[in-house]
Design a protein around this ligand. Structure first.
Ligand code: G1P
Length: 287
C-alpha cells in the first residue's frame, strides 16, 4: 500500500520575498500552522506514515519543526499554552521524517527523482505543500489512495480552472471512465494560452508507481528547461495507465499571495475559530 509521501520542498518561494529570505516558504503559516504541516496531516489521514522531504539550503527550521523542542516544552509545561503543541506532537509521533538535499533545482521531475533514495521501490504519493487542500470528510490524498487500491496505477489530482489560467498548470485530457475519474490520454505542462487540451489542471497531489523513476532518468528537460513530472507521466500514460481524479474539496494556491490570503481567511473561519485549542482570544468573535 501507499506508505510514503514525498514533499518537494527545495524551492525559494521568491513570490513571498522578503518573508522567504531566510525562512522556507513551506514554513509560512496559514493562521497558526505552517503550510507543510497541513500536507503532512493530510498524508497521515490517508494512512501514510513515512514523510520523505526533499530540501535545499537554509531549510533547517523545517527539520526542527518536526522534532521536539525540549526547551520550549520545559518552559510551557503546566501552563495553558501546552495544549497548543498537542497537534504537532501527535503529528511527530504518527510519522517518520527523512530528508535529502536537492543539489540543483532542475524542476519538479528532478526533485522527485532526488527523492528516489528515500522512497525506494514502492508506489508513493507526492504532496506539493503550496497547494493547500481541505476536505473535512476525506482528504484529497485519502481519496486518491482509495482509488489506487482499486486501479494500481499512477494518479494525478485535477480540478477545472478557467481557460485563461491553464497556462499555469500541467493540463490533462482523457476519457471519463467513471464519475470524476479520467483515463489520461494527453497531458501538457503549462500549455501556451489557447492550446490546452482541456481545462482540467493538475494540482499538487500525485500517486506514482515506482517505474516513474526510470522514466524520469530519461526525461529530457521540457517547459522552462526543467525536467517535468508531467512529461514523465505522459510516457506512463501512453505505455499503460495514468488516471486523473477530479477531487472533492477546496484547494488554495498558496504559492500566490492571493491564494495564500484566501487560504488564511478560510482556515481562520473554518478551522481556527471552530477548534477547541485554548489561549485563542477569539471566543468573543466566534460566529
Ligand atoms: C507544478 C507542476 C504542474 C502542476 C502544478 C500544481 O508546477 O509542474 O504540472 O499543475 O505544480 O501546483 P509549479 O506550480 O511548481 O510551477
Amino acid at each position: 500500500m501507499i506508505k510514503k509521501c514525498l514533499f518537494p520542498a527545495a524551492g525559494y518561494g521568491t513570490r513571498f520575498l522578503p518573508a522567504t529570505k531566510s525562512m522556507p516558504k513551506e514554513m509560512m503559516p496559514i493562521v497558526n500552522k505552517p503550510l507543510i504541516e497541513y500536507g503532512v496531516d493530510e498524508a497521515i489521514q490517508a494512512g501514510i506514515n513515512a514523510m520523505c522531504i526533499v530540501t535545499g539550503r537554509g531549510k533547517y527550521s523545517l527539520m526542527d519543526h518536526f522534532d521536539k523542542n525540549y526547551e520550549l516544552e520545559h518552559q510551557i509545561r503546566g501552563t495553558n499554552k501546552e495544549a497548543l503543541l498537542e497537534d504537532i506532537r501527535a503529528t511527530i509521533y504518527a510519522a517518520s521524517f527523512t530528508y535529502i538535499r536537492q543539489k540543483e533545482m532542475c524542476g519538479l521531475g528532478h526533485a522527485i527523482l532526488t527523492g528516489q533514495e528515500l522512497v525506494g521501490d514502492d508506489a508513493f504519493s507526492v504532496v506539493l505543500a503550496d497547494d493547500l487542500c481541505i476536505n473535512q470528510e476525506q482528504g484529497v490524498l485519502a481519496q486518491m489512495v482509495t482509488l489506487y487500491k482499486q486501479f494500481r496505477c499512477s494518479i494525478v489530482a485535477v480540478e477545472e480552472v478557467p481557460e485563461n489560467e491553464t497556462h499555469k498548470y500541467g493540463v490533462i485530457s482523457g476519457q471519463e471512465i467513471k464519475h470524476d475519474l479520467f483515463r489520461v490520454d494527453n497531458m501538457v505542462e503549462k500549455p501556451e494560452l489557447g492550446t490546452a487540451p482541456s481545462n482540467l489542471a493538475i494540482i499538487g497531489r500525485y500517486i506514482l508507481t515506482p517505474d516513474i523513476f526510470e522514466i524520469l532518468e530519461h526525461t529530457v528537460p521540457g517547459k522552462n528547461g526543467e525536467i517535468q513530472i508531467t512529461d514523465a507521466l505522459l510516457k506512463q500514460a501512453k505505455d499503460g495507465c495514468v488516471l486523473a481524479h477530479k477531487f472533492k474539496g477546496k484547494r488554495f494556491d498558496c504559492g500566490s499571495v492571493e491564494g495564500f490570503i484566501e487560504a488564511t481567511n478560510y482556515c481562520y473561519e473554518n478551522i481556527y475559530l471552530t477548534s477547541d485549542a485554548p489561549n485563542q482570544s477569539h471566543t468573543t468573535v466566534k460566529y
